[in-house]
Design a protein around this ligand. Structure first.
Ligand SMILES: C[S@@+](CC[C@H](N)C(=O)[O-])C[C@H]1O[C@@H](n2cnc3c(N)ncnc32)[C@H](O)[C@@H]1O
Length: 312
């Protein structure tokens, strides 16, 4: 068992029931209602990091999403889709009326109908069997692993399936999992990976960074930027989080005091990769990018080269 996050987790609302439904409709409804946005705000940054990783090897990275749930990170990275856009799909009354099997059938067609923008291939790991089954069946992830590595071991078959992974990522999952889960995954890999972690600021990362350092990985935290996860569900969660932050000596003013959970971006890489290019050189955070805006001029490649077009 790794570092004990259970005291800190007491501050957070419990959502176990929406993690274990047969499809993501309740997940999008309940977390969407709380303006859950970490997959969307992480997306441009993860894309930059995956591009930097691809530039090293020349091949498309294989990403293992720890706490992949219904495969939402794979959806926003592989396709021009967003959590907030998907939320509207699942909120339609016609969609809410579907039975879960029909939902899976329609979602398999839905995701297959979008162009894959080719940032990465995705594998997923989660404690929830229904969520992993959905993510696999609709084609968002190539391979899904259902396990709780805090309490059990990775099976030899699952270890073999992920051995060629080059990037591990997680959003909204550290706190549920610790260095114990990451250590077991790292043991299964052929090469030391890059690890992209979006971590709520109240969860200390020291034990994870120490586990990674033992394996030759250098951990950097992006300075000068935080990433909103969602708003607090109620006054109890708000005050509990402010107390948890105070207990670990973090000043919440201007961030969590404004009613929102904030995550840090923490990236762990082999020492030589970290020395070759700093995290600040790879990542540019563009404030305002995700806000609703009107039509924008962009380039499209129509086969005869790049052409300027107005995208709605
Ligand atoms: C807040 S959700 C985040 C899901 C997804 N990454 C996202 O951002 O939309 C947390 C996820 O962690 C998973 N989880 C909880 N405990 C876990 C464990 N011990 N091992 C793996 N996944 C776990 C839950 O089932 C859930 O899917």
């Amino acid at each position: 068992m790794g570092v004990n996050f259970s005291r800190i987790n007491e501050a957070k609302a419990v959502f176990d029931d929406i993690y274990t439904m047969q499809d993501p409709r309740a997940y999008f409804s309940v977390l969407g209602e709380l303006d859950y946005m970490i997959p969307d705000v992480a997306e441009p940054v993860v894309r930059q990091i995956l591009a930097a990783r691809q530039a090293l090897s020349g091949v498309m990275p294989k990403v293992l999403d720890i706490g992949c749930s219904y495969g939402i990170n794979a959806a926003v990275h592989r396709f021009p889709l967003t959590f907030s856009g998907l939320r509207h799909r699942y909120a339609r009354r016609e969609v809410r009326a579907l039975d879960p099997e029909d939902m899976v059938r329609l979602d398999r067609n839905f995701y297959a109908s979008w162009p894959d923008v080719g940032t990465a291939r995705f594998f997923g790991l989660d404690i929830s069997a229904p969520a992993v089954s959905y993510a696999t069946r609709v084609g968002l992830i190539d391979h899904g692993i259902v396990t709780d590595l805090e309490r059990s071991e990775l099976s030899p078959a699952d270890a073999r399936a992920i051995r060629s992974v080059d990037v591990i990522m997680s959003t909204g999952c550290i706190g549920y999992v610790s260095e114990t889960t990451f250590g077991k995954v790292l043991d299964a890999l052929d090469r030391p990976p890059w690890i992209i972690s979006f971590v709520l600021r109240m969860f200390p990362f020291d034990a994870l960074a120490k586990e990674f350092a033992r394996r030759g990985l250098v951990t950097e935290r992006l300075g000068g930027a935080t990433f909103v996860q969602r708003r607090f569900r109620d006054a109890e969660e708000f005050e509990g989080t402010l107390n948890a932050l105070a207990a670990v000596g973090i000043d919440a003013s201007g961030l969590e005091t404004e009613g929102l959970f904030h995550a840090d971006l923490i990236v762990s890489r082999p020492e030589a990769d970290a020395k070759a290019c700093s995290l600040e050189d790879i990542v540019t955070v563009a404030s305002g990018r995700g806000r609703p805006i009107g039509s924008r001029y962009v380039y499209v490649d129509d086969g005869d080269g790049l052409r300027v077009t107005l995208e709605p």
